[in-house]
Design a protein. Structure first.
Lengths: 549, 359
């Protein structure tokens, strides 16, 4: 009766909590908070629509095609994201080529940018007024729709897969490849029989991360999807156009199912199949060198993608300083002046981002600590609560907040608090995984040693765990801040005139064709994000802490 | 000697796995007690119960007669040296060593003085500003000792503290540690799976197996008078000779091993005709070329291994292979071919076969 004993163990562990009232209080508080701000909105969204509302999903042709389109885009964009990501990860980690710094930079850019930025630049480059289509080639093409969206999502989301795949590749010891080589395998056989099988869990993990991002992507389809019906954008239309909460909730729920499925597969299947153990041992051996034509072929491909990404960002920068994109190419500061006038919105972005990420990283740190280092009988529940928001599409969480907090006991509609809280809970998994990774690096006995020397649980947490978690904490904090500042999907339903943030403004500007101002706004947001990133990297490096994103 | 530490019927389960099965153990003040056993035998679990990192389901743990059950680790005053040292990576040597004093809010001068003493004692003077990762393995280990001893407690728990050191250093530290324990009159509980460490340092060894103490005794008892095949086999190298009892008169026992009769003294209660196992250590046999003529057993050398201070022979004898060590190898190399073995009869030991089947 393994189940019975586990339950008994859990109960026993819970009973022991009587002796640690502080810990018990913290646990109860966390469960209440996360329950109220994550589970409750989810329940609201799922339960508010009637069965007849759900039936519509399979009756209306537009919803069926939204479902199909969403799944189709997820599949094709995920495939291309994963391919590009593997290319980048392989080139950066295994090849002796120049420009690696550039490749790393290119793979970081989309992560620190608003999610719709690639769509925006794509329009600037290839749209009706595009600098390449109209300016250089004199074409008049319609780029809105599946193809454009595919390109844009590939560029936007490959970095997420890249970081996962890179992490795995870097931990594969070149020794294994040498061993196969030593036994008589050719370089291709080494790749096929040793390297690739070891990469596979990482590639699968990266693909799933990309998939969930593509599936839940709201900004890009909004800007470049055109008439293409997709679940997130349709849900948004229902609310903004028809004030039809029930239908929006149904569409969001339809989105939640595949998102949860991907999440579960990633966590419980791919996670367990990884061959790579985290030992923290550095691999210094030079990897096996592929033939020159392979090396330079891969290099050229990577360079091509990188140049495209740079072009995307370059056009955005140009757009920010151009008078009227497509008509009047003369340079101007007017767009920037416009942004200055809207300084309040930028300030909102920063303010909400800071508060949300501070809250998220504090809460996540305590959560990660309890889950990793304390046996409290509810570790699994706490772990589940901490990672759950990661499985919820931003758009779903946004609708959930609208539905859950427009009524007592907590009426938050239109306040800044609802924006901060939504971003806070949306970011918990980000901070949680950073802190969890950090805690796993701290040997189990280090804290025992403090207890052994006479430090109470609280004192050992303060003296040992906190200082050692500084790095992961800051990583989670900075990453959350970047995510918050560039987030659109979560906040799009929650803002009021006084709480508009940068991303929402940009969407409005794009919808009305004010490319210059939109570009200027975006450039400003990216500048803020990069400044925060760089400043914190420099400050932390002085303290000997490496910021991991 | 009074009992300083006592385990009474301590039982601990992890799900269905019984880690400790009604373990009772009394540890006299000032003694060096080693918990010896293979991994998973419960030795570390027992130590962690004493330090308070885990609570037994049943049984009591007492220090100086005071029941420790339920007391959190930080109130137990049971300094522990961890296997991987568990130095605080973000603190300097000074901060690591003084951490316990700092928690007690000791005045700065006292802290300085006592840290200086420890640095001196452990040959670490001058390294106080370094961080653990800037130290060698041996230095880290000494910091761990200093950190555990600075509070001046009369008890020290050690969880395989030498296992991360290289072989030579391990032997050196062994001697130093034993001297230190005796000089400071500390009661030490030492966990290891290394029989050499156990034999060389301990007053008492508790050999553990599957959550129970299989044998408790002095190193001599454990080595020469093991109570079971498991203990005999785990501590040192051993040959088991299957024998039948011929007669027992008082302490004097005569057994038959194939055609050869062996007579020696034993306390073990045996009856004529009963099957038994004679335990003989490799160094308790002498090997000579067959023509030299002496010795109870005849065999043929199958293999040998020269280890400098001795030669180990594998000798086919009757239907088994015996391991015999020649502790004074000649200059001309190993002997070969048919040989005679003489057994050092007073050092023979016998185990009853009943209830003591081979694994």
């Amino acid at each position: 009766m393994a189940g019975g004993t586990t339950l008994r163990e859990s109960l026993k562990e819970m009973k022991r909590l009587k002796n640690e009232p502080l810990l018990l209080m913290v646990i109860v508080l966390i469960i209440l908070l996360v329950g109220y701000f994550t589970i409750w909105p989810v329940i609201k969204v799922i339960t508010v629509p009637q069965a007849s509302d759900y039936a519509q999903l399979f009756a209306k042709r537009r919803w069926i095609s939204a479902l199909k389109n969403s799944l189709f885009m997820t599949v094709v964009s995920t495939l291309s994201c994963t391919a590009v990501a593997f290319l980048f990860a392989y080139v950066v980690s295994r090849l002796d080529v120049p420009c690696k710094g550039l490749f790393r930079f290119v793979a970081l850019l989309p992560i620190v940018s608003p999610p719709f930025i690639v769509a925006l630049s794509y329009i600037l480059l290839f749209g009706i007024q595009g600098i390449i289509t109209k300016g250089l080639l004199g074409l008049h093409v319609d780029i809105y729709g599946k193809f454009g969206l595919w390109i844009v999502q590939t560029v936007t989301f490959f970095p997420y897969a890249y970081s996962v795949i890179l992490g795995v590749i870097q931990k594969i010891s070149p020794n294994l490849e040498y061993a196969a080589y030593n036994m008589g395998a050719t370089r291709w056989q080494v790749f096929r029989d040793v390297f690739w099988p070891l990469c596979r869990p990482g590639v699968a993990g990266g693909a799933l991360i990309a998939a969930v991002n593509v599936l839940c992507d709201f900004g890009n389809p909004m800007m470049i999807g055109g008439d293409l019906a997709l679940l997130p954008t349709e849900a948004y239309m229902q609310i903004s156009g028809w004030y039809d909460m029930n239908t929006a909730a149904v569409l969001a729920s339809a989105l939640l199912v595949p998102a949860l499925a991907i999440f579960v597969i990633n966590r419980f299947w791919v996670g367990k199949r990884s061959y790579v153990t985290i030992t923290g041992k550095e691999i210094s051996l030079t990897p096996l060198k592929p033939p020159a034509w392979v090396k330079w072929g891969l290099f050229s491909l990577t360079m091509l993608v990188s140049l495209f990404v740079l072009l995307v960002y370059g056009s955005l920068a140009l757009g920010a300083f151009t008078k009227a994109w497509g008509y009047d190419w003369s340079l101007t500061l007017n767009n920037m002046k416009y942004v200055l006038n809207k300084g309040g919105q930028i300030w909102n972005s920063i303010r909400f981002g800071l508060l949300a990420s501070l809250g998220a990283s504090l809460l996540a740190m305590v959560l990660a600590y309890i889950v990793q280092k304390k046996q409290v009988g509810v570790n699994r529940l706490l772990d589940f609560l901490a990672i759950l928001p990661g499985a919820i599409p931003g758009i779903f969480l946004g609708i959930g907040f609208v539905m859950a907090f427009n009524e007592p006991p907590l009426e938050l509609t239109g306040t800044a608090a609802i924006m901060v809280l939504a971003l806070l809970f949306w970011n918990i998994p980000t901070c949680y995984s950073a802190c969890t990774a950090g805690l796993q690096q701290i040997g189990a006995s280090v804290e025992d040693a403090a207890l052994n020397l006479g430090a109470s649980s609280f004192v050992s947490f303060r003296d040992v765990i906190l200082p050692l978690l500084k790095g992961p904490f800051m990583s989670g904090f900075v990453l959350s801040f970047l995510r918050s500042v560039t987030c659109l999907s979560v906040v799009i339903f929650l803002y009021a005139p006084s709480t508009i943030v940068g991303t929402i403004s940009i969407m409005g500007l794009v919808e009305t064709g004010q490319w210059g101002s939109a570009a200027a706004f975006t450039v400003t947001l990216i500048a803020i994000a990069f400044t925060v990133l760089k400043v914190s990297q420099v400050v932390l490096r002085r303290q000997g802490i490496r910021l991991e994103l | 000697m009074e009992n300083f530490i006592e385990f009474r019927n301590v039982t601990k389960r992890f799900d269905d796995f019984v880690a400790l099965d009604h373990v009772s153990l009394s540890i006299p003040r000032g003694s060096f007690v080693t918990l010896l056993g293979p991994s998973g035998c419960g030795k570390t679990t027992l130590l962690r119960q004493l330090a308070g990192f885990a609570e037994p389901e049943e049984g009591d743990i007492l220090i100086e007669g005071r029941r420790m059950n339920g007391l959190p680790p930080y109130k137990r005053n049971t300094p522990l040296v961890f296997q991987e040292y568990a130095l605080f990576p973000h603190m300097t040597v000074y901060e690591n060593i003084s951490y316990g004093l700092k928690l007690q809010k000791a005045p700065k001068e006292e802290m300085d003085r006592r840290v200086a003493e420890m640095l001196e004692m452990f040959n670490l003077t001058g390294l106080e500003k370094r961080f653990p990762k800037q130290l060698s393995g041996g230095q880290q280990q000494r910091v761990a000792f200093a950190r555990a001893l600075i509070m001046g407690q009369k008890i020290l728990l050690l969880d395989e503290p030498l296992s991360n050191l290289d072989a030579k250093l391990r032997v050196e530290v062994r001697t130093e540690l034993r001297q230190l324990q005796q000089r400071l009159q500390i009661t030490a509980i030492y966990v290891t799976h290394d029989q050499d460490e156990a034999l060389s340092m301990s007053d008492i060894i508790a050999v553990m197996r599957k959550g129970r103490i299989e044998q408790l005794g002095t190193p001599w008892d454990i080595y020469f008078r093991p109570v079971s095949r498991f203990v005999a086999d785990f501590v040192g190298t051993v040959n088991f000779l299957p024998c039948v009892v011929e007669k027992k008169e008082g302490k004097s026992l005569t057994v038959r091993y194939h055609q050869q009769k062996l007579t020696f003294d034993t306390e073990v209660d045996l009856r004529p005709g009963e099957r038994c196992t004679v335990v003989v250590r490799p160094e308790c046999m002498t090997v000579r070329p067959e023509h030299a003529g002496e010795g109870q057993l005849v065999g043929e050398i199958q293999n040998y291994s020269f280890l400098g201070r001795y030669i180990r022979y594998w000798i086919r004898c009757n239907d088994q292979t015996l391991i015999v060590d020649d502790s004074n190898p000649g200059l001309t190399g190993a002997i070969s071919g048919r040989v005679r073995l003489s057994l050092d009869l007073p050092k023979l030991h016998v185990l009853k076969d009943v209830g003591n089947a081979p694994d």
